[in-house]
Design a protein around this ligand. Structure first.
Ligand code: LLP
Length: 463
């Protein structure tokens, strides 16, 4: 019997090791009669044979239906308040030209945090006017690319950047549409590395210190800048709407003050992203309709209190669209068992990837789940840890999971929820080529990003 000090409280031994919890898996994932995992009408064995492992497998229908669900939920919830709301997919979660094409076709906007993300958005056919450029230290080249493309907004992040963007806009004879990122002083309940609105961090202009107001005045004094409104992003993987409420309130208070003191109208407000997703059975994410409904209530109430017209609202979900659409497919290699204090045993299951394709476990103490994908098993579940092939003991993919006792070399293992911040944060640690990303739909697979080859890596080596 597993020792409760070793097994996390939320993890219970499954009655059936083949069970797929619906909140963890993309919508078209299931097992066929033989017990093999399939997605988008394709069996994982075929995907592994054709594209190799590790492999990121994106369920196109799942990704697009989540994007559309956010688009529609926000359009509906804000229809009567401000004629709808705009959803900017946060491309840092994961972007490829093929993804940008879906975003364009499905009528979302794009949040780009670099020239590279901006470029992929444009290549995918997203209209420049529907793209926002972010970043706390944008380069001149990035600002220049945004101005050349004619992006819909540059989100200014510092006092120095106000002058820089204004000068660069003046040189080009254009007026740059801008927003201002405000640090609203909210402590989001998430890992400290991904909380972004408390005072002691690098992003934005702080409300409490008065810098936010000074920055507004500075922007309004520059004829080359058109201030659309204020922006706040409080952090990521957040389940509790309380932080968003405080943030929206503080932002709208400042919005009112700016309109009053400067006699201007700010047409927009951006409430950022950060909505949590399920990585394990304990995570209970809110649905887009609930999120949009709550935010609409909050905005309506606060605008009433402030006596202001409701500005056009935008939000920037990344993870909540991308993460659940994708699982990583690995092949199992070596396994071993260790005996823990109290007699519990832990099975180590090594896969052919690791912290190079999913750094989140090591970096944020993130939890994930896993299942044997190439077959069903009749064995009982044993406490297991899925680890990678890299040369450090922190190279863990799934810290705790009950995997079948007969899990063995050659099995395919699937880890769900890896569509956000996994491929986009992948590395070549140990000179390991990064995996391909394949989208599946209606029995057909297409490569979104091909697998790196040793030659790709050697091409960078100066010899
Ligand atoms: N908007 C802004 C300004 C952001 O900085 C971010 C994320 C988002 C939107 C999207 O947040 P989401 O909806 O995806 O939570 N690498 C970390 C997450 C870093 C998020 C950075 N900014 C992770 O793997 O958890």
């Amino acid at each position: 019997m597993a020792n409760i000090a070793v097994v996390p409280a939320w993890l219970t031994p499954p009655a059936d090791v083949n069970e797929l919890l619906p909140q963890l898996w993309a919508r078209t994932v299931g097992r066929d009669e033989a017990g093999t995992l399939h997605v988008g009408g394709t069996a994982v064995g075929d995907l592994a044979r054709t594209y190799g492992t590790p492999l990121y497998v994106v369920d196109e229908l799942d990704f697009r239906s989540r994007a559309v669900a956010f688009r529609d939920a926000f359009a509906d919830a804000f229809a009567d308040l401000c004629g709808g709301a705009d959803v900017y997919y946060a491309s840092k979660a994961f972007i490829a030209t093929g993804i940008a094409r879906w975003i364009a076709e499905d009528g979302l906007h794009l949040d780009a945090a670099s020239a590279g993300e901006l470029d992929l958005g444009l290549r995918g056919g997203i209209l420049p006017g529907r793209i926002a450029l972010h970043g706390n230290n944008k380069s001149r080249a990035e600002i220049s690319a945004a101005l050349e493309a004619g992006v819909g907004r540059i989100v200014l992040d510092s006092l120095a950047e106000i002058d820089l963007v204004a000068e660069m806009a003046r040189e080009r004879g254009v007026v740059a549409p801008v927003m201002l990122r405000i640090t609203v002083g909210v402590e989001a309940h998430t890992h400290s590395y991904i909380a972004t609105a408390h005072e002691d961090q690098k992003f934005g202009l702080s409300l409490a210190s008065g810098r936010a107001e000074a920055a507004v005045a500075k922007i309004l004094a520059r004829p080359e800048l058109h201030l659309l409104g204020l922006h706040s992003h409080i952090g990521s993987q957040i389940f509790d709407m309380g932080g968003f409420e405080v943030s929206a309130r503080r932002l709208l208070e400042l919005h009112q003050k700016v309109e009053r003191d400067h006699g201007v109208e700010l047409p927009e407000i951006d409430l950022g992203g950060g909505y949590g997703v399920a990585y394990t059975s304990e995570d209970k994410p809110l649905q887009p309709v609930e999120i949009a409904g709550r935010l609409a209530e909050i905005v309506a109430r606060e605008c009433l209190v402030q006596g202001i017209a409701v500005p056009r609202v935008s939000v920037e979900p990344g993870r909540a669209i991308a993460a659940p659409s994708t699982f990583t497919l690995y092949e199992v290699g070596t396994t071993k068992e260790v005996e823990l204090e109290g007699g519990t045993r832990r099975r180590y299951v090594s896969v052919d990837g690791g912290m190079s394709d999913n750094i989140r476990t090591a970096l944020y103490d993130a939890d994930y789940s896993a299942t044997v994908a190439s077959r069903a098993s009749t064995a009982t579940g044993v406490l297991s840890r899925v680890v990678g092939k890299h040369c450090e003991s922190g190279d863990v993919v799934v810290r705790d999971e009950f995997l079948p006792e007969d899990t063995t070399a050659g099995d395919l293992l699937a880890v769900p929820g890896t569509g956000a911040y996994c491929r986009s944060m992948a590395s070549n640690y140990n000179q390991v080529p990064r995996p391909a990303v394949v989208a599946v739909r209606d029995g057909a697979a297409k490569v979104l990003v091909r697998r790196e080859t040793p030659e790709d890596l050697l091409a960078l080596d100066a010899g």
